[in-house]
Design a protein around this ligand. Structure first.
Ligand code: SF4
Ligand code: SF4
Length: 299
């Protein structure tokens, strides 16, 4: 039984990502690598060191703490991650919390203790728990065990997925427990999907088509609106046609948030994509015109 896994963040009292008041659990690690990923700290399945230069007061205490000589003040991202052994000594000495680990190991019991603190709010609001990431289904054995505990407590379960999971394991370990799936559909063309997200979309579309025929699971396909990648007329037209052929009536849009750009550098990653603007009203109207036959959220 997989009883522990790496979690990036836990948000209580969340009002997005599913109905009612919810606890969101963000798992670390994703099989895709979208160039625009708004949660780059959740991409790697490993513990990472995070450095926030806006909090750093240049006291150099971290320099003294590091036996590996991995901290370099003349280096763009401050930490030489090729020699950092994640000992955490610099974190302990930093007076201003400019350094921290991204990721923390949790057991099922620890997560359930946190989740159950808000049971009364889930019950009164029609809420529950949402598993997100990263990709929660990369942790499928752990998630299976967590779902069993959540079901014993009669808690509503939503999973947000990129769709790149093993369908047999999903059928056996996840399907009997989950109530709602937010399923990301990003790019229609398989080659462009591979170019921007690291993997082709064939397995994702196969899993989506299997899932929408399940009787007891509500599935909401969601389209991230990424300027010049997913929000092109060609891509949106193709996705709308595809969803119509599957008789889908309701979809979700996830608008682009340019604020993500401050995140990659803090974990030592060079961003591969950037667009500085929020979605315009004109663009919104254009997007809506492709999906006039669907119900969708305000965005
Ligand atoms: S975690 Fe340890 S090895 Fe890495 S930079 Fe900090 S003190 Fe150095
Ligand atoms: S210890 Fe913290 S505040 Fe001081 S130089 Fe290092 S990162 Fe900056």
């Amino acid at each position: 039984m997989t009883e522990k896994t790496l979690i990036v963040d836990i948000k209580r009292n969340a009002l997005d990502d599913g109905p009612g008041i919810r606890t969101l659990i963000f798992f670390k690690g994703c099989p895709l690598s979208c160039v625009w990923c708004q949660n780059p700290e959740a991409k790697s399945p490993f513990l990472e060191l995070y450095f926030d230069d806006e909090l750093c007061v240049e006291c150099r205490k971290c320099l003294e703490a590091c036996a590996q000589n991995a901290i370099k003040f003349d280096y763009k991202y401050r930490i030489d991650r090729s020699i950092c052994n994640l000992c955490g000594c610099c974190i302990d000495l930093c007076p201003n919390n400019a350094l921290k680990f991204v990721g923390k190991i949790y057991t099922i019991k620890e997560l359930m203790n946190i989740i159950l603190k808000d049971k009364i709010f889930y019950d009164n609001s029609g809420g529950g728990v949402t598993l997100s990431g990263g990709e929660p289904l990369s942790h499928i054995d752990f998630v299976h065990n967590l779902l069993k505990e959540l079901k014993k407590e009669e808690i509503h379960i939503c999973i947000e997925t990129c769709g790149f999971y093993n369908k047999n394991k999903f059928n056996e370990l996840i399907e009997p427990y989950v109530d709602l799936i937010y399923f990301d559909l990003k790019i229609s063309d398989p080659n462009l999907h591979a170019q921007y997200c690291k993997v082709s979309n064939e397995r994702i579309l196969e899993n989506f088509e299997i899932l929408i025929n399940k009787q007891y699971i509500e599935v909401l396909p969601r389209i991230p609106l990424i300027p010049d990648i997913t929000d092109t007329s060609e891509n949106l037209n193709k996705l709308a046609r595809y969803l119509k052929t599957l008789h889908i009536k309701r979809i979700g849009f996830v608008p682009y948030n340019p604020l993500w750009i401050s995140k990659p550098e803090k974990i030592g990653i060079m961003p591969l994509y950037y667009h500085s603007e929020w979605i315009s009203n004109k663009k919104k109207e254009q997007i809506k015109s492709f999906f006039s036959d669907f119900d969708y959220n305000d965005f």
